[in-house]
Write a protein that binds this ligand. Structure first.
Ligand code: UTP
Length: 408
């Protein structure tokens, strides 16, 4: 049977016949979609499983470096530094997101911000951190960049154009994450401006599987890399070469570690850490039950305030283990442009689509122990999420410039 005919049959079977299979390209897309899975995800989207059972949930304990003896802190940092110097440490930047809230045209890492009168892209800010580490530790650190099928070529072209910001090119490697179709509120596939079924990256939790699929884990092993810091592209203050977190993980003999900060209010849009059935878990702000959101201790402190800020350290064994496990999908509602039945481009005013994403932190529960290090907001967290208001270029710039003024 020819491809087009087969694709039409599949669409009929799954109630998606509004899609016209006019080219082989669109037929290929359809043949590659797992419609059973998509159906399940749609059912999940329309029946949001907000965590209701908080029975077996308890708070986590984070290590506060302010409360550690100076010798202990120095010991951890030394351990971390030695690991970096031995070339066993790498970083991975999650740069496959759509940055839909920021609305920047192009990969989010190419977004530019003026800092102390110099304009830099988010990618350059991270590479600068690698350059400082190279100077300090005497060796270049391997850097892996996860892109999406949508922004991959643009990201690579950007690095080429900027001559890798002066960092040795052979230490930077790109790999693509996976993607899934978007569904409208009726569970229907939608068509994008290019006339094809609209797909979107499958969330930052897709990183482990994508690393395995693209030979990144093998590449790391060949280079004797033992630890990888996995961070986001949009937090100006993220410490990519976090020797304290690394030393702590080594000392505690754990396979993963994360740096947190305390939530600034019950309403801040960050996920919080807790333990469920004894395993560390992050509950996204969209999913946290009221009872947990507002719970305070006898001093009025939030009991579930330890926030996940995408500062994650994984041993290579942990990455390998996570790459073999199926992380669950979460549902997000997004505003997505599409081509309607009349062939016109529609720009919706409110959320019109379901997007399915895996979250990196869902890998935490695969491990018995995680080292949790509490950072400080003013030193660790200056995210750029929105065009304006909270977590915008303006707030991030202010936080970063204040940090530089105190720390350089
Ligand atoms: P967010 O979940 O905040 O998404 O990503 P985003 O793409 O920046 O922005 P919105 O939600 O569309 O407005 C946190 C980090 O995870 C990466 C992002 O690039 C960012 O570094 N990410 C997110 C991926 O690498 N892939 C994804 O599929 C999603």
């Amino acid at each position: 049977m020819n491809k087009i005919k087969k694709a039409v049959e599949i669409l009929e079977k799954y109630n998606q016949s509004h899609i016209k299979v006019e080219t082989e390209e669109i037929a290929d897309q359809i043949l590659n979609i797992d419609f059973e899975q998509l159906q399940e995800l749609y059912d999940q989207a329309t029946n949001q499983d907000v965590i209701k059972d908080i029975e077996n949930i308890e708070p986590v304990k984070a290590i506060n470096p302010m409360k550690l003896e100076k010798e202990t802190l120095d010991e951890y940092i030394k351990l971390g530094e030695n690991e970096v110097k031995s070339g066993k440490f790498a970083i991975a930047i999650m740069a496959g997101g759509q940055g839909s809230r920021l609305g920047h045209k192009g990969p989010k890492g190419t977004f530019e911000i003026e800092l102390n009168s110099k304009t830099k892209s988010l990618f350059e800010i991270i590479v600068d951190k690698l350059k400082s580490a190279q100077k300090k530790y005497g060796i270049p650190i391997n850097c892996y960049i996860m892109t999406s099928p949508e922004n991959n070529s643009e990201t690579i072209a950007f690095f080429e154009k900027m001559d890798y910001f002066g960092y040795p090119k052979q230490y930077i490697k790109f790999f693509k994450q996976g993607e899934l179709p978007l569904l409208d509120k009726e569970g229907k596939l939608i068509i994008g401006e290019n006339g094809l079924i609209k797909l979107a990256s499958d969330g930052n939790g897709g990183i482990f599987y994508s690393m395995a699929k693209n030979g990144i884990i093998d590449n790391m092993k060949k280079k004797n890399i033992e630890w990888v810091f996995i961070g986001s592209v949009d937090n100006l203050l993220v410490k990519y070469v976090d020797t304290l977190l690394l030393g702590l993980a080594i000392k505690q003999h754990v396979k993963i570690a994360t740096r947190t900060i305390i939530k600034n209010s019950p309403y801040e849009k960050v996920g919080v850490l807790c333990k469920k059935n004894g395993k560390v878990k992050v509950i996204e702000y969209t999913e946290i039950p009221k009872k947990m959101r507002f719970a305070v201790d006898e001093n009025g402190e939030m009991i579930y305030g330890e926030s996940h800020i995408m500062c994650n350290l994984y041993s290579i064994e942990a990455i390998e283990k996570a790459s073999t496990k199926e992380l669950k999908y979460h549902v997000a509602e997004k505003k997505v442009q599409y081509i309607n039945k009349e062939g016109k481009l529609v720009t919706p005013e409110k959320e019109n689509c379901y997007k399915f994403e895996k979250f990196i932190f869902d890998s935490f529960c695969l491990f018995d122990e995680i080292a949790i290090l509490r950072g400080k907001r003013e030193e660790d967290f200056a995210p750029i999420k929105n065009k304006e208001g909270a977590d915008s270029p303006e707030t991030a710039k202010k936080l970063y410039e204040e940090y530089l003024a105190k720390n350089v």
